[in-house]
Structures are given as C-alpha cells and as structure tokens.
Design a protein around this ligand. Structure first.
Ligand code: SF4
Ligand code: SF4
Length: 449
C-alpha cells in the first residue's frame, strides 16, 4: 500500500474526472485528497476517525480517477483498502453496519420481505409529503427522500425460471450468472437474455443455488463475506463445466472479472476464481462478438420500434462498471443501432457517471442526486423515449431521475437486451440463419459432450 501511495505525485489530473469532486469541489472528495490522508495515517501523523471513514465512503469506486492518472496509481484499490481496514477494526458506525449487514447477507431480498415490499411499493412510490404520517412509519431517507422505490418483482427470476425439457446437450455450454438486481428487481433483463438465446436455439445453464456476487460486501470493506459468497459461486459454476458465464448487470460482471484479486493470499482459491473470471463475459458483448446477432438484427427490416408503432429515440448510458471496469462501450451501441425502429441518440458527455455507486446512493443520497441531475440534464437534451443501460444500479438511478424531474409519462428506462428481445421475438431465427451464427457452428461444439 505504501509504495502505491508514494506513486501519487499530487498532479491533480484526477480532479477532472471525479464525479464527486466535480459536484462538491472539495479536496477530500477527490482521489488525491483521499490518498494524501491515507498517507498521513500510514506515517502516523493522522489518526483513524469516523470523519475519515465518512471521507472514504464519499467515493463511487467508479474508477474514473485511475483511468486518467498518468502515474497509474490504483486509486480505487487504495480507497477500498482503507474501507477494509475500518470494517476489520469494527469502526463503522452502528447504523451503517446494520443496513449493510442486511444488504450484504441477502436479508433484504428475503421472500416475505420482498412480497411485502412489492405491496408497499404501490403505496410509497410517489414522493411522500412531509406532513404524511408515513414518515413515522418509514423514517429512512431510503424511502422518504425518493420519488421512486426499487421495483421489487413479485416472483424473483430464479424462482420463475424452469429449464426447457428439450435442452440440447450439444454446443457450447453457456452459463448465466443472474445477480440480485436482475433476479429481484429487473427480472425482464434476465428473461430477455433467456428468450434471445432460446430464439436462436441456444441453451443457458442457470444454477439455482448461485448467490450474490459479493460486490456490496466488498465495497463496504467486508472482505470475509465477499470471499464466502465468491467461493459458493465458484463451486456452483465450476461443477457445470461451462465454456462461458454471462452476466446482464455490469456491476456483477466487473466484480466477477476481478474475482481473483479477492484471493491474493490463497493460491488455490485464486486459481479457481481466475478460471471463473476468465469465462465471464457481458451478455451484450457475447451476443455481438461471439454470436453475430448484430448482423442478424440488421436483416429485420420491419422499421418499427419494438413494442411501438414509430421510431424510438434511445439514449444509451455507459455504466462505469462496463465502460471502465470491462472496457465495453461499443457492443451495446452496435446492438441498439441494429434494432429495427430504434434511433440511437448520443447525449453530451458520454461516460459521465450517474452517481449511483451502490451504497454511496444509500448513505449520500443528496450528493448522489446532484450527480444524477447533471447526467439527466445531458440526457434530456437529446429528447429520448428510452434511457437504456446495462447495469441495475444505473437503471434504479435513472428511474429515480425520471421520477424527480416529472418525466415518468415521457421517458422509460430499460436494459438494451429488452429492446433486442422484443425485436426478434416475433421473428424466430430460421434454421439456415442459425447455422451462420458463429457460436453454434459444429466446430465450436465441445467434443467432450
Ligand atoms: S491519483 Fe494520479 S492523477 Fe490523482 S493526483 Fe495522484 S498521481 Fe495525479
Ligand atoms: S473512484 Fe470515482 S468517485 Fe472515487 S475518487 Fe475516483 S473518480 Fe472520484
């Protein structure tokens, strides 16, 4: 850690990229300020304190600072190390620990609570007036400061999904890591991928006993829980002997891609984690780069937007965990451009963070909203009918942004695959075309099958 901290030359380049600093203009909110404080702690000139813990929590871990840093300082790794120290030392404030424990360990998505939440949703999804007695019942800012609450699915995807009896044993074995967001909040994302693969004659292996990817635990500093969850997923997916593992949520995907770094001091787990990480692919990149779906979509010349009668203006937002975390910006745009009836419109400042940042949104809600407002202003300039993005955190954030700006009747949010699936749903891919989709060519099949 010390060497890494020494590499920061205090040049300030990271100030130009940091969404938090660009909102507050406070030195402690940019990577340079946080690293300087960490260095003081290392040198013993500053003591750890709850104020310092608060400063470290004011970071989206978006990675934009590391991307522009000429000295290649691993800024997010340093900030994350500080958070881990606080967690290990038991120094997180009690209220924050309680909320995080529930989110991390999956208590929030317990079925009973979720179903209760689905009922409550109708009640609290509009902004609650300050005079309402509901403030007494729902005192958390999580509910009261919001215009929308997370759209909890009545039935989680993994409870609903049934493998088809006609599953083919031939062809590549493609697994699907669903993730909590797609399972509990946006099952239509998961269904879109399943239906696209079914349309083209492919099969997804979706183990029911998969668990949370562990990212919420990891970013809050709870490495022990993050490792426990990772080990479970590694075991479950390794037993299926898959060729690829797809994700539809950029946050889960970026965490899976870096899974080996969780086990730097445990070589056997590290190898297993690296093997799972190597197989991971974002579903959109897989469909474009390995399945050639873009070319097929271009042959559908109906000219009508999926689910509507005219052209749909679609603004794509780059999730930080996809753009920076996985280096993917073109595959979603290529897919969307190929969907008949969709007009892809580029908002100013592509790559600007939406401000969600996982628990950042929970604990720094008003700051998160200021960052969101900036992004919404850019997106509104191109007058979209849909804001589409490949991360459940961003989807939640834009649903809130649309609600707080009174645009619910004009703009909707969805994952790009939902539009792709609607475009190809009425037109099953003919057997002849299927043969031309690279992944299902005979030479690509696993000889072990
Ligand atoms: S983190 Fe990198 S960009 Fe930021 S001040 Fe340090 S050296 Fe400069
Ligand atoms: S990770 Fe993002 S929010 Fe955190 S300091 Fe770097 S640029 Fe700012």
């Amino acid at each position: 850690m010390e060497t890494e901290l020494n590499r920061c030359k205090r040049c300030g380049q990271c100030m130009s990229a940091c969404p938090v600093y660009q909102t507050t203009f406070r030195e402690v909110d940019v990577a340079r300020g946080k690293l300087a404080l960490l260095e003081c702690v290392k040198e013993g000139t500053l003591r750890w304190s709850s104020r310092f813990e608060e400063i470290l929590s004011r970071c989206l871990l978006c990675g934009a600072c590391a991307q522009v840093c000429a000295n290649r300082v691993q800024t997010t790794l340093m900030i994350q190390s500080g958070r881990q120290w606080f967690f290990a030392a038991g120094k997180k404030p009690k209220s924050r620990r309680t909320v995080l424990r529930n989110v991390r360990k999956g208590h929030l998505p317990a079925k009973v609570l979720l179903k209760g939440g689905a009922l409550l949703q109708a009640l609290v999804c509009k902004k609650i007036p300050e005079t309402s007695g509901l403030h007494l019942r729902f005192p958390l800012s999580f509910f009261t400061e919001r215009h929308t609450v997370p759209p909890i699915a009545w039935t989680p995807f993994l409870d609903d999904f049934r493998p088809r009896p006609d599953v083919s044993a031939e062809g590549p074995r493609i697994g699907f890591f669903v993730g909590c967001g797609a399972n509990y909040l946006f099952p239509e994302m998961a269904w879109a991928l399943v239906r696209i693969l079914r349309q083209i004659g492919g099969t997804l292996f979706i183990p029911r006993d998969q668990v949370c990817c562990g990212l919420p635990a990891f970013v809050s500093g709870d490495t022990k829980t993050a490792r426990k969850l990772a080990r479970k997923n590694i075991e479950v997916f390794a037993s299926l002997k898959l060729d690829a593992i797809l994700t539809v949520c950029a946050s889960c995907g970026s965490h899976l891609k870096a899974l080996a770094s969780l086990f730097a001091d445990d070589p056997s787990s590290c190898d297993a984690a690296a093997s799972m990480a190597q197989k991971h692919m974002d579903a959109m990149a897989f469909l474009v780069d390995h399945l050639g779906l873009e070319a097929y979509l271009k042959t559908l010349h109906s000219g009508e937007a999926p689910g509507s009668t005219g052209t749909l203006r679609v603004a794509y937002h780059d999730p930080c965990h996809l753009r920076i975390g996985q280096g993917i910006t073109q595959a979603p745009r290529r897919l969307l451009t190929a969907v008949p009836g969709v007009q892809l419109v580029e908002a100013p400042h592509p790559g600007q963070c939406c401000g969600h940042g996982g628990d950042f949104n929970l604990f720094h809600f008003s700051l998160s909203m200021k960052i969101l407002d900036r992004r919404m202003q850019d997106l509104e300039k191109v007058k979209p009918d849909r804001i589409v993005t490949g991360c459940t955190g961003c989807l939640l954030q834009f649903a809130e942004g649309i609600g707080r700006r009174g645009l619910a009747g004009r703009i909707k949010v969805c994952h790009p695959l939902v539009l792709v699936e609607r475009a190809i749903a009425p037109c099953p891919i003919p057997a002849q075309s299927r043969k031309n989709l690279p992944v299902f060519q005979a030479e690509d099949t696993d000889p072990a099958q």
